[in-house]
Design a protein around this ligand. Sequence first.
Ligand SMILES: Nc1ncnc2c1ncn2[C@@H]1O[C@H](COP(=O)(O)OP(=O)(O)OP(=O)(O)O)[C@@H](O)[C@H]1O
Ligand SMILES: [Mg+2]
Length: 255
Amino acid sequence: MTAAPPATALLEVHNLSLFYGERCAVQDLSFQVRRGECFGLLGPNGAGKSSTLGCLAGLLNTWQGELQFGGDAIRPADDVSLRGKIGLVPQDLALYEDMTAVENLIFFARMAGLSKAAAKEGADRGLELAGLTDRAKDRVDSFSGGMKRRLNLAVGDVHEPPLLLLDEPTVGVDPQSRNHIFETLESLSKSGRTLIYTTHYMEEVERLCDRILIMNEGVALGCGTHAELATSIDQPNATLEEVFLNMTGRSLRDS
Ligand SMILES: Nc1ncnc2c1ncn2[C@@H]1O[C@H](COP(=O)(O)OP(=O)(O)OP(=O)(O)O)[C@@H](O)[C@H]1O
Ligand SMILES: [Mg+2]
């Protein structure tokens, strides 16, 4: 029997496992995310971060285990019920290149179940969030990589879901766009939104995340604040990168 979750848990993940054919991507993963928390998910390439987020977002439906959101059980076949509750900013850009910024935002807002009027409002807010109000009517294929990443974030958040999953939202952008995205996330977090954040940038995790789960090869290696993780390896003064390397090892992930 598992211990009762804290009253403030928004998301509970118990023994989540996911296979792609024979390959195990996530194995018996358990963690809880509290309301209003920014929860970091860290791991080397291939650790299973995107697969975990895909299960939570309803993109993957062959997982096993128990998921609860706001106290309600989520089942693999329940994808549709998650619409509106959990938003995903995917690692690979998910935008229609031949549509304008505002058309993308409205389209994804409608997909998330918003009315026409609410979708328009969400799109206006999204354009502001992305710093793209003056480029609203330009096609995405005319945008720089940084503009696309900012729009990708705004699209994932267009319906203001209670839980927002962010899969490496700052990868491959210049410092200006990275800073813009990062400040947006800080302000979402300060306004009480619940975030799960994956990245390979340790300084972002240190700046934004309340607690961190470190995983490798689909398995959780540790979970807690930076200080708790450092203490767990008997190196209370270790940087997060030192903790990460200590737990996950130094070998390259090429397979
Ligand atoms: N569609 C797929 N089919 C088969 N195997 C997959 C698929 N997607 C991921 N995998 C495998 O599952 C494992 C976990 O991959 P995943 O993309 O979840 O890792 P990740 O932690 O997000 O890595 P990265 O930091 O590189 O984004 C890896 O071994 C990967 O090769
Ligand atoms: Mg990934």
